[in-house]
Design a protein around this ligand. Structure first.
Ligand code: PHE
Length: 369
């Protein structure tokens, strides 16, 4: 009879390639993780239909970090040292990608963040992290997009800022927006904080009321932003809100119940984009999941595709070899646009501005870098 040992050697690990994914499948930002995982699953299925990579099938291992940076770090260590993941995909949220990045570097496993926009994600102080990449633009650009939109398109003169102080993304984006809006002649009449998960924003909003700004800039995540909008209306504030990609979730509309009508946020993609790559992806995604993909689904699909492309081109399936191939990625045709990594491992891409009308996000404009 076969011993336990022969059973193990009958299915050597080298027959498959493990793709690690770290995502917030639960918690306050659960739609980020769920959409991202859906996008990655589609990319893996497609690749396996083409016989995988270098003749090996891909196996996805997703770990839930519950939206916590410390759990993202634990998951990164586990995927790299125990599960021998060939690449790491994730995270969406910058604070969680920042927790993963040193672990990817130390273990020489390439990490691709689909959507983390904070400048520091691909950097270790002044140096570039050799193993960390992202397929999206960064916040100096995203902050500029909405500052210009506010000052030039909307002719706003006075804006109040409400930032999530425990969130690297929110703090960075608030700073970049502020710098650009001032440079364009605008005034920040107030700048106050909240913490993710807060339920009562009335003190901050009451303060804003007395300053009478033209609009509020709230670069947070969808659950908090939706509550902030509702409480602003309850207090009689009529001003619109502006924000960034962190607003993107079907839950934003569910929770805000129309309180965000007239508001705007910057994002990475619009489902109204009529280009065939976008529309084909939407058709595929709808067939698989019965919903229109959000930016996280699109960017996560693209992150996986870019990883597979580099793995195919790499001399061997080792971290250093895949990393080199990633650095050479040029003009990769993603659903979210063309992807070329610059010296700091960032992708330079356009942003779209989404306006909310009758509780539906509508394409407003595209801003090129
Ligand atoms: N850019 C956000 C961050 O860095 C994450 C995000 C991207 C959220 C796109 C929603 C949509 O934290």
């Amino acid at each position: 009879p076969p011993t336990a040992e022969t059973k193990v050697s009958a299915a050597p690990a080298s027959d498959t390639i493990t793709i690690g994914h770290i995502a917030s499948l639960t918690g306050n930002e659960a739609t980020f993780g769920q959409s991202g995982d859906n996008g990655i699953k589609l990319a893996i299925e497609e690749q396996n239909q083409k016989n995988g990579i270098k003749g090996k099938k891909l196996v996805l291992k997703t770990l839930d970090d519950q939206g916590k940076p410390e759990e993202a770090a634990v998951a990164a260590t586990r995927l790299t040292t125990q599960d021998h993941a060939t690449v790491l995909l994730g995270e969406i949220a910058s604070s969680r990608s920042l927790a993963m990045a040193p672990i990817a570097d130390n273990n020489k496993v390439p990490m691709i963040s689909p959507a983390s926009t904070n400048v520091k994600v691909t950097k270790d102080g002044d140096k570039v992290r050799p193993f960390v990449f992202r397929v999206c633009y960064i916040d100096p650009f995203q902050g500029t997009v909405m500052a210009k939109f506010a000052a030039e398109n909307k002719k706003y003169k006075k804006v109040a800022v409400l930032r999530d102080v425990g969130n690297d993304y929110s703090v960075g984006l608030a700073n970049f927006f502020t710098a650009k809006f001032k440079e364009l002649g605008g005034e920040i009449v107030d700048d106050v904080s909240y913490k993710a998960g807060d339920q009562d924003f009335k003190a901050q909003l009451t303060k804003f009321k007395s300053k009478n700004p033209d609009a509020l800039y709230v670069p947070g995540y969808y659950t908090d932003v939706a509550l902030i909008a509702r409480q602003a209306r309850e207090l009689g504030l009529k001003q619109i809100l502006m924000g960034g990609d962190g607003w993107d979730s079907a839950k934003l509309y569910e929770i805000s119940k129309g309180a965000l009508d007239g508001s705007y946020f910057s994002n990475h993609y619009s489902p109204e984009d009529t280009s065939p790559v976008v529309q084909d992806f939407i058709t595929k995604y709808k067939a698989a999941y019965g919903a229109v993909p959000d930016a996280l689904a699109v960017l996560s699909y693209d992150a996986a595709k870019v990883a597979f492309d580099a793995m195919e081109k790499a001399k061997e399936l080792t971290g250093p070899s895949i990393r080199e191939a990633l650095e050479e990625t040029k003009g990769f045709k993603g659903v979210s646009g063309s992807i070329t990594f610059d010296k700091e491992h960032n992708a330079t891409k356009s942003a779209v501005v989404i306006g909310i009308e009758k509780n539906v996000g509508k394409y407003a404009t595209t801003v090129n870098p």
